[in-house]
Write a protein that binds this ligand. Structure first.
Ligand code: SF4
Ligand code: SF4
Length: 366
């Protein structure tokens, strides 16, 4: 419920209405050349992580240890004018030495701010800085509620992460902040059988909501979607549990996972993310979305085709509105099947953006 209220507030906050209206205009008129500022921006603050999760690109790649400097973060936040900012990418945000200052700065601009973390570095002091900064959402990647499986997947101690999150949860309740804490689970063939018990156990843990994703969708593309009938009984059982527990957020999370696993082919879907939700790497490279970030890490040769420009060496607008960025956006929105990784990605827009996209492709752009 807290999540639903928060999302309602976020979407309908009057000050954001012009941005949403501008983005709908961009989509209707295919303004891929000079679009309005992004609605949502994802910033990769740290290139390193304290974990080596089994399914993560970082378990096979060694990255140079880097943090995006505080002044660079400020520059990008100020210039991009995005109303929704995610202060995390591939790497652990709470390793950043200036994270408390960055959270405060991002929130002082009145933005909706979210962080995704593995939760293992959250001390009492960090918990206070999270709550006091006014952060809106904290996603904690745990993948399972089974301690032994957690240890196998993430190589860490489940009791420790839950203890850390409880510290934030209690601090949030004490100070009556609006922070929403979500458990983020990335499922694959190894942990999907645990979904029904996860739904049950999460109700007892210090989380308000859950976000369930499928691994292939994130790290490999999802051209195998629609062939996962063996998982249907598990998903139905999880839905049943969520209904018994009367957790609408959990029902929604299971339904989203189900849609990903049983979605149609790429040709039936549309993606407009490069128009409204780009990603900035720790080096300042602007690319179409977070999945492209994972893809280009695994295949650096693809970076050339997806890099819109660098928002640290140039102004954000100069990159966002450049002919190069326009060409990348246009290629993905019009025919993503021809853009390597996008051709296997399961991304599909919500009903509103999908209808607008189909309308504009048929009547305006064709
Ligand atoms: S999945 Fe997240 S926590 Fe795990 S290694 Fe990758 S970046 Fe780190
Ligand atoms: S289709 Fe391409 S741009 Fe869209 S979400 Fe997938 S990888 Fe990103």
């Amino acid at each position: 419920m807290r999540f639903a209220v928060l999302m309602f507030r976020k979407i309908f906050r009057l000050r954001n209405m012009p941005s949403y209206a501008a983005k709908v205009r961009d989509l209707v008129f295919y303004r891929t050349e000079k679009p309005a500022p992004p609605l949502r921006l994802q910033l990769e603050l740290a290139s390193v992580c304290n974990l080596r999760c089994k399914f993560c690109v970082l378990s096979v790649l060694r990255r140079e240890k880097k943090f995006m400097p505080y002044e660079s973060v400020k520059k990008i936040l100020d210039e991009s004018k995005a109303g929704y900012v995610q202060l995390s990418g591939i790497g652990e945000t709470f390793l950043h030495p200036d994270i408390a200052r960055i959270m405060r700065y991002a929130k002082n601009g009145g933005r909706f701010v979210k962080i995704t973390t593995n939760g293992l570095l959250i001390t009492g002091e960090i918990a206070e800085s999270i709550v006091d900064s006014g952060l809106d959402m904290l996603d904690v990647s745990i993948d399972t509620t089974d301690p032994a499986l957690y240890s196998r997947i993430r190589g860490a101690d489940f009791a420790k992460v839950i203890n850390n999150i409880r510290t934030v949860y209690d601090c949030r309740n004490l100070r009556k902040s609006g922070l929403v804490i979500r458990a983020k689970h990335i499922y694959n063939a190894e942990n999907i059988a645990h979904l029904p018990s996860d739904v049950e156990k999460l109700a007892e843990l210090p989380f308000d909501e859950a976000l369930f994703l499928w691994v292939r969708d994130i790290y490999e593309g999802s051209n195998q979607n629609g062939q996962r009938g063996e998982f249907l009984p598990i998903l139905e059982k999880a839905l049943q549990k969520a209904r018994e527990l009367k957790r609408p957020g959990m029902i929604e999370a299971v339904n989203i996972l189900k849609e990903t696993l049983f979605s149609g082919t790429t040709a039936d879907k549309c993606c407009c993310e490069p128009l409204y939700a780009p990603y900035v790497t720790v080096d300042g490279d602007l690319i179409p979305c977070c999945k492209c970030a994972m893809w280009t890490l695994q295949r650096p040769e693809n970076m050339n085709g997806l890099k819109m420009g660098n928002v640290l060496t140039d102004s954000f607008d100069a990159v966002w509105q450049s002919p190069r960025a326009a060409g990348i956006r246009r290629a993905i929105i019009e025919n993503r099947a021809a853009v390597n990784f996008c051709g296997t990605c399961s991304k599909d827009e919500n009903a509103v953006f999908r209808v607008i996209n189909r309308f504009s492709r048929k009547f305006i752009y064709s």
